[in-house]
Write a protein that binds this ligand. Structure first.
Ligand code: MN
Ligand code: MN
Ligand code: MN
Length: 296
């Protein structure tokens, strides 16, 4: 029996399609991943699994192994945190219900933004913003776009300055559930909860350790160690945190659209040695060493 070499594998466990805020439909995304040499892929659209079926069909055709994924928004001490769920059962009824609630949260927020922007005098604002968002729930950038198109402001920057930025009427906070709650949804659906891009929250090391502590207490088992656009200092810091807390190490590009080489599919900096990869713990384990491809 030949032992698979790490260099034969390329694992990307974080990316987005048009099912959330990515530019490529799931089918094209999987095809692109295959072209980039990705062998194991998790599509992790924000608060949905809507793209999984299409991705799965293409993955089978392209010879990519698709791992079920999603990226859930939640709140920890008033701050929005992202938790990636991996290798869960996407048909778990309680999980599907939880995702439907997340979706409803997004629409509730969009409707409140519309209410707060009444005085701009734009008619059918929700419909127009939804159109800009490609049929999905509009967020603040989509509303900004409409305000520009309607001639209410000269550009997106001005839309934020007057209406949507911090402290302005359209600055509506999302109604996300607590961190512990979303970790439990993932765990209950037989998945692994992963703290996404831990250095993107701009926390002090002390606060991040406190977050990790609460995350683990809720049942979280893994953190992203290697993510795109990350300094080598951050990589070392997260590797050390991972070792000390005996967390599983995950990696992903957080790809959203083509044309940004620093967060391209499969372009993942090699994880430091001595970490336990999360993929060894999938229900159907991927039994190889951490991926060996290095970042460009
Ligand atoms: Mn995104
Ligand atoms: Mn994120
Ligand atoms: Mn993401």
């Amino acid at each position: 029996m030949t032992i698979p070499q790490a260099s034969d594998f390329c694992i990307d466990l974080h990316c987005h399609s048009t099912a959330s805020d990515g530019a490529l439909p799931p089918r094209d995304l999987v095809r692109r991943a295959a072209d980039k040499g990705v062998t194991h892929l998790a599509l992790t659209d924000h608060d949905t699994v809507a793209g999984l079926a299409e991705a799965r069909a293409e993955a089978a055709a392209s010879g990519v192994r698709l791992i079920s994924g999603t990226e859930l928004s939640c709140v920890w001490k008033t701050q929005t945190i992202h938790i990636v769920g991996l290798d869960f059962d996407p048909d778990n009824p309680a999980f599907r219900e939880a995702l439907a609630r997340q979706h409803e949260n997004r629409w509730g927020r969009a409707r409140m933004i519309v209410e707060r922007l009444q005085k701009t005098g734009v008619t059918n604002l929700l419909e127009k913003a939804t159109l800009v968002a490609g049929g999905d729930v509009p967020g603040r950038p989509h509303f900004a776009r409409v305000l520009v198109d309607e001639g209410k402001v000269k550009d997106v920057a001005q839309a934020f300055k007057r209406y949507l930025g911090a402290g302005k009427p359209g600055d509506v906070k999302a109604f996300w559930p607590e961190l512990a709650e979303v970790v439990e949804w993932i765990t209950a659906a037989n998945g692994i909860a992963v703290l996404a891009h831990p250095r993107k929250y701009r926390m002090t090391a002390t606060r991040l350790r406190s977050l990790v502590h609460d995350f683990m207490r809720a049942g979280g088992r893994s953190i992203e160690v290697s993510t795109s656009g990350q300094s080598s200092g951050d990589l070392g810091f997260l590797a050390e945190l991972c070792r000390r807390q005996e967390l599983l190490a995950s990696q992903g590009s957080d790809f959203h659209f083509p044309g940004a080489p620093w967060c391209e599919l499969g372009n993942i900096v090699k994880m430091p040695d001595g970490l336990e990869p999360v993929w060894h713990h999938f229900r159907e384990p991927v039994s190889i060493a951490p991926a060996a491809q290095s970042g460009a």
